[in-house]
Design a protein around this ligand. Sequence first.
Ligand SMILES: NC(=O)c1ccc[n+]([C@@H]2O[C@H](COP(=O)([O-])OP(=O)(O)OC[C@H]3O[C@@H](n4cnc5c(N)ncnc54)[C@H](OP(=O)(O)O)[C@@H]3O)[C@@H](O)[C@H]2O)c1
Ligand SMILES: *[C@@H]1O[C@H](CO)[C@@H](O)[C@H](O)[C@H]1NC(C)=O
Ligand SMILES: *[C@@H]1O[C@H](CO)[C@@H](O)[C@H](O)[C@H]1NC(C)=O
Length: 339
Amino acid sequence: MIVAEAWKANYLFWVLPAVLILGLLALIGILGLFFAIRLYAKLTCGRYREKTRMDGKTVIVTGCTSGIGKETAKELANRGARVIMACRSMEKAEKVQDEIIEETKNQNVLVKKLDLSSFASIRTFAEDINKTEKKLDVLIHNAGYAETFKKNISEDGIELTMATNHYGPFLLTHLLINLLKKSSPSRIVVVASSLYRLGTCNLDNPNPINTMPGYLYYVSKEANILFTKELARRLEGTGVTANCLHPGLIDTGIWRNVPVPLSWGLGLINKLFFKTPVQGCQTTVMLAVDEKLTKVNGEYFSDCEKSSVSSKASDMARARKLWEISEKMVKLEDDDPRI
Ligand SMILES: NC(=O)c1ccc[n+]([C@@H]2O[C@H](COP(=O)([O-])OP(=O)(O)OC[C@H]3O[C@@H](n4cnc5c(N)ncnc54)[C@H](OP(=O)(O)O)[C@@H]3O)[C@@H](O)[C@H]2O)c1
Ligand SMILES: *[C@@H]1O[C@H](CO)[C@@H](O)[C@H](O)[C@H]1NC(C)=O
Ligand SMILES: *[C@@H]1O[C@H](CO)[C@@H](O)[C@H](O)[C@H]1NC(C)=O
């Protein structure tokens, strides 16, 4: 009896507080670790700090209703550029347009409809730009689509990931190349991803409708790099440059199609380790504005620094073959410009 009483007293006075204190310390430890990781990520993430202005320059940013595209558009508007937001959803885009104009006080921000999975939409958009814009200084291929398991094809019968991420930008570049050349020195910036390492373009199967789209996302990002390399080679001496980049891993909408329960784990990792969209747009902005890069062509950047790509993604024979395949896939017409 006395022993039990004594234990209870002991429990109340020592064990419980000790457990509470240990628990509190553990919580502080976990929070500390969390902030340490965030701080490390912040300190090691490339930042573009030059204040270079873009007054008088016209820039097209594709897919800027969310994520890094939105931050890229905002940052360029802030530097005084005329920003053409090329988006598939006018409703979402107009909201973002209002937000950018309000924040940057730059009225020169336009929205134009562009669905990169549709050749017809790309042609309508390019015709409109060709008619209404006297010059084009920077074309930023930012839009991207990722699906995990759900297969789908575009209205042109092309696997949707490849259509949106590779063939669409390929066609759009052709239709705008004369305007870019006329405006030289001018630039093309392609938002690729280091995840290209997980996928390899199957050049014998340019329309992989039976392949898992999750894997094709990686493939499409390899295609972005091969496309940039071959484009840069073809543009040598024209005053138009083409470079690509890995923006980092970023907490954006690109992960929206990852299904439950994978998405729960991913969501946590996203918040813990991934960059914010503002951090994620830095390398794109640098490639679009930095004066030191006027002549840099055919390179791959990451965290605001030049970086190297694997030998398979810089294999110029593969790059050329993908180019020739793509010319057929997008059905270039006789009077379309060739690059
Ligand atoms: N997030 C990352 O960790 C990461 C890493 C490496 C590379 N990237 C690349 O970064 C780029 C931007 O992606 P994000 O991460 O910012 O993702 P996001 O928030 O999902 O933004 C993607 C943008 O692309 C647009 N888009 C999708 N399909 C389109 C189509 N058919 N036509 C026109 N626009 C279309 C989306 O428009 P809607 O709003 O209409 O859907 C959205 O504005 C992508 O190229 C992606 O591959 C991202
Ligand atoms: C398939 O893609 C088209 C766009 O090409 C889209 O309109 C449609 O909703 C998609 N279908 C499914 C089932 O996701
Ligand atoms: C752009 O417009 C010019 C005339 O202003 C025309 O010669 C050219 O073919 C057009 N290019 C495209 C891709 O529409």
